[in-house]
Each structure stands twice: as C-alpha cells, then as structure tokens.
Design a binder for this molecule. Sequence first.
Ligand code: S3P
Length: 221
Amino acid sequence: MDDIKNGGVQAAPISLSPRAVAFCLLHPPAGCYAERVEAHSKLNLVLVGFMGSGKSTVGRGAAAELQTRFVDMDRVIEEREGLTISEIFSLFGEPSFRQIEAEVAEELSREKGLVIATGGGVVLRPSNLEHLARQGILIHLRVNLEGALARTRSHSHRPLLRGEDAEQRARRIFAERQPLYESIPHHVDTTNHPTSEVVAEVVRLYRQEVARRKSKFKKIS
Ligand code: S3P
C-alpha cells in the first residue's frame, strides 16, 4: 500500500497486472518490488494551474524531455464531445462542462506514463485531484494574475475570459482558486521565467518525487 499523502490527497495503491501478480507469487518479495518500481516510473506528470500558466506549452516540453506522451485534457474533452470548449459552455453551460471534465479526469487517472495538462478549473472538484493523484504526481504552475491576463489577452477560446466583465471575473476566480492551487504538493513559479527553465524544473521535481517514492517503498519492503 502506497500511503503517500499529497497535500490531503491520498495516493491509491498501485494496480498490478495479472502477469505481475503471478511473478510476485513465484518470487516474493523481490518480484513484487521490481514490478512496483516499474509502476512508479510510469507515474503520470499532471500539470495544474490557472489559465495562462503555461500548462500545455510546459507539458509538451516535459513530455519531450521524458520521452513520453502528452495529453491536453481540454483537447480530449473537445474530441470526445465533437465540440469546442466554448461551444460546450454556450450550449450546455459550465456545470455540464465540469461533469465532462470530471469524467475525463477519472478516465485519464487509469492511464500510465502520461504528461497531462489539465484545465484551470480542474481544482474545483477535489475528486478530480484525488483521481489524478492516484497514478500521478501533481505539479502546480504558479502564475500571478497580471502574468495570466497578459498571456491570455490575445486568445479568444476561453469562455470564462470573454465578455465585458472578463477581467473582473478573472480576478474573482483567480482569488477564489488560490487556496486550491496552493494545496497541491509541488509548485513551480512561471512568472518571468522562460519556458525552458520551467520545463527543466518540472522534470527535476517529477524525477525527484519518483525517486522518493521508490526509496520509500524500498525501506518498507
Ligand atoms: C477553464 C480553463 C480552460 C478550460 C475552460 C475552463 C477554467 O483551460 O478548461 O475554459 O475554469 O479555468 P486552460 O486552463 O487550459 O485555459
């Protein structure tokens, strides 16, 4: 049982394949340990942060560095629904979008070895973070409001940042979400840092956490 606490988010046990279970039974405890080390090295890297924090750009860079697959949750939602995020908001409303987002978070938490860029509102449901932390390491990309507004100003695809009261709304949701983002166990500052530096720091933190979990398991096995 992997009982690592992730800022209030309990990591779930690692699931083993039938082949791994058979190997464990034949070669205890070394076989089980080998399989669990392998499972740890396939932990997902999950990027969380406000709109404009750079999750997709940094995620693509981190996936290239780790030689693994990159997945953008918003793109998964769009493909699944056959609609853009803006269309989902305007046709069905934000609550429906949040429901689809929760289903996709749950689905992705069953995958391994991914770099996942979440949508900025994924923190609104604690169960999303619980699911994503099961097989993943959560890292918050910290951005200040001015930085986020500057980076998103020229984009029109974010429904929450459109309309006359967009800036006021952004200020309000930014303030409301800060405690949620700060509850994530790992943080990387992005304001005034070039993407290459942020990617390097994210990858360093991810590798450090993978190594920490491996050595923790070694000690208790
Ligand atoms: C949202 C962020 C967006 C997208 C949707 C809602 C939010 O993703 O999921 O527009 O509530 O913060 P990005 O953070 O990738 O812009």
